[in-house]
Design a protein around this ligand. Structure first.
Ligand SMILES: Cc1ncc(COP(=O)(O)O)c(C=O)c1O
Length: 378
């Protein structure tokens, strides 16, 4: 069975394998948006914590896995996101699965953007609630679905704020208004917005100047924050509820202290070094004047072709992973470029030159072509 399935994937150009990242290549597919994974303050904090607490806390949070550092990180996250309270999960994936499945269940209904991250989809499926997926960012279809949702119990709208494979931003002001109008819970995934969007890097809510307190915001510590783990912020009651009800939070060993210490340091760096965010945005604009975020998809379409181009680029010293179904819809294989603050102009110039050599990419050649559904490049 394994062999047959693998062969089928290979024939479709969908076989995945693990590619070792070799030093010396220009990495244009990492989520280390601010370069914090190599920041001296994070390394030092992690090393200090390892000396004090060791390599593992060896218990779940509710047993003996909550150190002073875990508490401190949660206080800092709540402050950063201007929320009452925060809770750290072991990853963004775990957070989505653990939050959604605790919030809703059988008899309830979830409205989820069609391009939401797989971890949101998995959380929805695990919850047992009815799942209605609305077309990407289409708030009129969302509203129509909301109109018919009276027979259900609890209602939840869930959306990425920055979409991970398309790099566009959800129409949050409209979605917030709909959540209010139809008395729905709203959960947003800030994985790619935290540290990047907003004047102070607080994310999409800051970007849109949205102040509503009852929005459930989750995110990851593993992308712009250069560390590891997931989190949720919201009301104190929400956090107490999740501590009691979220199985993905309860039944797993807590994050190791060095990882937690690195996240604390990352929040400090985000505050004290706004120049990193400016550098990131300067790089994004340099690479593509029309880019909306640091995630810039180059649509290829055919999966095999996307893989071939990715290989050719790697031979030229540029690492851009090909993203294929089921991560993206069928026929929409792409190279997902991510820009970071640590790319040099020389790196980006070289990458642009090579991308233009292998991809028909008018927008990067300054002639804009938009793809209606995803906003990606052609
Ligand atoms: C939108 C989104 N949500 C959640 C996650 C999961 O976060 P983590 O990598 O911390 O598990 C990711 C990426 O991994 C993501 O892109």
């Amino acid at each position: 069975m394994f062999k047959q399935e693998l062969q089928k994937l290979e024939e479709q150009g969908l076989l995945r394998s693990l590619r070792e990242v070799k030093p010396g290549v220009i990495n244009l597919c990492s989520n280390n948006y601010l370069g914090l994974a190599e920041h001296p303050a994070l390394k030092e904090a992690a090393m200090d914590a390892i000396k004090k607490y060791g390599t593992s806390v060896s218990a779940s949070r509710l047993i003996s896995g909550t150190t002073t550092l875990h508490k401190k990180l949660e206080e800092k996250l709540a402050e950063f996101k201007a929320a009452e309270a925060a809770l750290v999960f072991n990853s963004g994936y775990t957070a989505n699965v653990g939050i959604i499945s605790a919030l809703v269940g059988r008899g309830d209904i979830i409205f989820s953007d069609k391009l939401n991250h797989a971890s949101i989809v998995d959380g929805c499926l695990l919850s047992g609630a009815e799942l209605k997926r609305y077309p990407h960012c289409d708030t009129s279809v969302l509203e129509n679905s909301l109109k018919g949702s009276d027979p259900y119990g609890k209602k939840l709208i869930v959306t990425d704020t920055v979409f991970s494979m398309d790099g566009d931003i959800a129409p949050l002001p409209e979605i917030v208004a709909l959540a209010k109008k139809y008395d729905c819970m709203l959960m947003v995934d800030e994985a790619h917005a935290t540290g990047v969007l907003g004047k102070n890097g607080k994310g999409a809510l800051e970007h849109f100047n949205i102040k509503e307190k009852d929005i459930i915001q989750m995110g990851t510590l593993s992308k712009a924050l250069g560390s590891f783990g997931g989190y949720v912020v919201g009301s104190k009651e929400l956090i107490d509820y999740l501590i009691n009800k979220s199985r993905a939070f309860i039944y797993t060993t807590a994050l190791p202290a060095p990882v937690v210490a690195a996240s604390i340091a990352a929040l400090d760096v985000i505050k004290s070094e706004p120049g990193l965010r400016k550098q990131l945005w300067d790089n994004v604009r340099f690479f593509d004047k029309e880019a909306r975020t640091q995630i810039i998809p180059i649509l290829i379409g055919d999966s095999k072709r996307a893989v071939d181009i990715s290989k050719q680029l790697l031979d030229e010293g540029i690492f851009i992973q090909a993203i294929r179904p089921p991560t993206v819809p069928k026929g929409q294989a792409r190279l997902r470029v991510t820009i970071t603050a640590t790319h040099t102009r020389k790196d980006l110039e070289y990458a642009l030159e090579k991308i233009k050599k292998y991809c028909v990419c008018p927008r990067l050649g300054k002639r804009a072509v938009r793809v209606a559904s995803s906003g990606g490049l052609l």
